[in-house]
Design a protein around this ligand. Structure first.
Ligand code: NOJ
Length: 749
């Protein structure tokens, strides 16, 4: 430690202890009393920082100058040493020595990269979601990070939207379960433990409903859809104690979310009693200008702040305009104090007033990044996230003793893409590619030939003659096809959802050789799979699986692990069907009906190619008819649903048993079915297990025409099976109607 740093720390320790003596009880209130208006507003501002080889650089773009000691938090800083440097600057150079909060997008891992959130949702495993968030938090906090902008809990029913990859898919119930698990995972034991990280649920709300699937585009949907589909995962995150909420970039029915008082203050603060931080998205307050609702620049700050946004990320309209708005009484000082209090309390909760460097510990950083335990967890998560979509004549698993296997497709060696579009500080060099995984799995005598053929962003097929030759001499071809990581994610909306570039043509060539082709798909969204893909006998959906991609893919390909993932989002047959989701409404002319005048298409089936909840195994499972604890229940009763599930195949396997509910007759139209429970069971060959679910009023409830959560008397159908199309059902009746005092049909975890 150099002399300067020693002196600085001594000075800081003295000033903090003087401050604490003066306040005794509450350093937050004491600070608030001492702060000037400008100092308060600094706490509501967040600056971007980039970590470069020569140290942290303020990423201030075109904006007016700001420095580390004039903001309350920083986006993008990490590293024990780097965050310590920045913190030192903030606490020694600012008048009141207030420590910074360091925020980072820790989305699906920090240095060890886990499967992208859409992939992980395919594991339908809240314990796994908890453990990967915990591991990410352990790594990030060891590297100085206090706060993540995750989980993203946007419901997404439009695979054209590139950010489908960041969430848990189309369903509010599964989404709520994942949201809750992630928040708990980021928190761990809570702030007494310095691996506890603040979490942010984003993007509030309907970002995923952007019209046309075009990123940032407006959404326009009913209050019912908002409340029943888009809000529940946020509500679950709030119930789990999430620390922050980030509004979305887009508008909802004419009001940009960053100025949406009815949602930010009305729903979040007043209805749900959320008392954490509302932090803007990047530059989004300034962007209110572009939405066309701002006459003078100061209005951006006024509208966002009075709507409820506490912290401004990147742009600096708060620092520029809030002081004069307060002085002109257009913004109340009490509201500013409330927002500042929330920021200071978050710092206090993390113990930063007692020790601003609590998270910046080099020894801890050395010990905790990319550990063997985290790698093992990444492999487990990746194995569980893979979905087997097709396996004609049990082509998979492949024997490890193959004489010769041809691996085709540049994605097979694209380490960068394994990490997905939000790789944290993960390094491609640390990632196992599909080719590496295959090579390390097969017998020493097996010849593995690799020819890239084409890349997702190329229209060319290279070396076709060699590919044909190699395919003919191989026993099996493994074609690794799909998207590269930069074809999914923010601002990566697409209109053609087939295999990009020349991959379909390459696949045709491979199939023409007559050799069995196993397709390993890598992608961040449900692709629209062509007729060519349909001709391949085996299809494995592997998404972007993170640091252990290759090992996990090989574990499944060669049968060390039996696949168990199930789709968290519908795969449409063509782009024209979008949006397509399992929880649709029946209409007066249901699409399954015979004849012309039903709700279907004249040029395409209306059904999914692969439905929500679908996924195969190397074994088979059978379901007995569900047994209900009663045929008639009162609205205050619970109902137990039991179903016997049997492994009817030759291998042990995990089955994700899904329960769906339909309110057969209600005062408002209901979806044909809604997920209300899921359980993963492990079954040995021939083994039968009874799987139980308990349902209660929260599960039966709907929002009536006055938005009251209520259970309505009448008949319900319950479906239990392997995916959202199961017909395995039973019926019961609720005998009375009742308005609920609690949350209602919120897709609670
Ligand atoms: C923009 C993204 O929309 C948001 O999800 C992210 O947290 C911020 N940038 C900060 O990187």
């Amino acid at each position: 430690m150099n002399l300067y740093r020693q002196l600085a720390l001594l000075y800081l320790a003295l000033s903090i202890s003087v401050g604490v003596q003066a306040t005794e009880q509450d350093p937050v209130e004491d600070l608030l009393r001492q702060m000037t208006l400008e100092e308060k507003i600094d706490q509501l501002s967040q600056l971007g920082v980039q970590i470069t080889p020569t140290g942290p650089v303020i990423n201030n773009g075109q904006l007016p100058p700001a420095s580390i000691n004039t903001v309350g938090s920083v986006l993008g800083a990490y590293g024990a040493e780097q965050t310590r440097q920045l913190q030192e600057q903030a606490v020694t150079q600012s008048r009141l020595h207030i420590p910074l909060l360091f925020a980072y997008d820790v989305i699906h891992g920090f240095r060890t990269i886990f499967p992208v959130p859409l992939a992980e949702a395919a594991a339908w495993d809240t314990d796994l979601a908890y453990r990967t968030a915990r591991a990410a938090a352990i790594e990030a906090t060891a590297s100085g990070v206090h706060w993540t902008f995750a989980p993203m809990v946007d419901i997404a029913r439009d695979p054209r939207w590139g950010r489908v990859v960041e969430g848990a898919g189309e369903d509010p119930f599964l989404g709520a379960a994942m949201a809750e698990a992630k928040v708990r995972g980021f928190h761990g034991a809570g702030p007494s433990d310095n691996s506890s990280m603040l979490a942010t649920a984003k993007h509030f709300v309907t970002y995923g409903a952007a019209e046309g699937g075009r990123d940032y585009n407006g959404a326009d949907l009913s209050e019912r859809t908002l409340r029943e589909v888009y809000l529940p995962p946020f509500r679950a995150a709030v119930a789990a104690g999430v620390d922050g909420i980030m509004p979305s970039f887009n508008e909802l029915a004419g009001i940009p979310l960053h100025s949406h008082k009815a949602l930010l203050t009305g729903v979040l603060r007043d209805e749900w009693r959320f008392d954490g931080l509302i932090v803007s998205d990047y530059n989004a307050i300034w962007e209110l200008n572009q939405h066309g609702i701002i006459a003078v620049p100061a209005d951006a700050a006024r509208l966002a702040f009075t709507a409820g946004v506490d912290i401004e990320m990147a742009s600096q309209t708060y620092r520029q305009y809030l002081p004069s708005l307060v002085r002109a009484s257009q913004v109340s000082l009490a509201t500013v104090d409330e927002a500042v209090r929330r920021v200071l309390k978050a710092k206090q909760r993390l113990g930063l007033f007692a020790d601003p460097y609590r998270y910046s510990d080099e020894a801890r950083q050395r010990a905790n990044l990319l550990t063997p335990q985290h790698r093992a967890l990444a492999r487990e998560a990746a194995q569980k996230s893979i979905v087997l979509l097709k396996n004609t004549d049990a082509l998979l698993p492949l024997p490890k003793s193959l004489r010769k296997v041809l691996v085709v497709g540049s994605l097979a060696t694209d380490a960068e893409s394994t990490l997905g579009p939000w790789p944290g500080v993960g390094l491609a060099a640390d990632s196992i590619t599909v080719l590496q995984g295959i090579r390390s799995a097969v017998d020493p005598d097996t010849e593995v030939i690799y020819l890239p053929g084409t890349a997702p962003n190329s229209e060319q097929i290279e070396d076709l003659r060699s590919i044909r030759q190699a395919a003919r001499s191989a026993q099996v071809v493994v074609a690794v096809l799909g998207e590269s990581a930069n074809q999914s994610g923010e601002a990566r909306s697409r209109t053609h959802l087939g295999l990009p570039g020349a991959q379909d043509a390459l696949l045709r060539e491979l199939l023409a050789t007559g050799k069995p082709v196993v397709i390993v798909l890598m992608n961040g969204r449900p692709l629209v799979l062509s007729d060519t893909v349909a001709q391949a006998p085996a299809l494995l959906e592997t998404w972007f699986l993170g640091s252990e991609t290759g090992h996990a893919v090989a574990d499944i390909l060669f049968g060390d692990v039996n696949p168990s993932g199930k789709l968290p989002i519908t795969f449409a047959r063509n782009v024209g069907q979008i949006p397509l989701y399992y929880a649709y409404k029946n209409t007066g002319r249901p699409p399954s009906g015979e004849g012309l005048y039903t709700s279907t298409y004249i040029d395409s089936p209306w059904t999914a190619l692969y439905p929500f909840g679908f996924g195969l195994s190397y074994t088979t499972f059978s379901y007995a008819t569900p047994h209900l604890s009663a045929d008639r229940i009162a609205s205050t009763d619970t109902l137990t649903v039991q179903v016997n599930v049997t492994n009817t195949g030759q291998r042990a396997g995990d089955e994700i048993v899904q329960l769906y509910l339909r309110d057969d007759v209600a005062s408002v139209t209901r979806p044909v079915r809604q997920l209300r429970g899921f359980r993963k069971v492990h079954l040995a060959p021939g083994e039968t297990r009874t799987v139980s679910f308990t349902l209660d009023a929260q599960d039966f409830a709907l929002l009536d025409e006055h938005w009251r959560p209520m259970v309505e008397a009448g008949r319900f159908s319950v479906f239990v099976g392997a995916d959202s199309t199961t017909d395995n059902q039973a019926r019961f009746e609720v005998t009375d109607s009742r308005v609920l005092s609690g949350a209602g049909p919120s897709g609670r975890p």
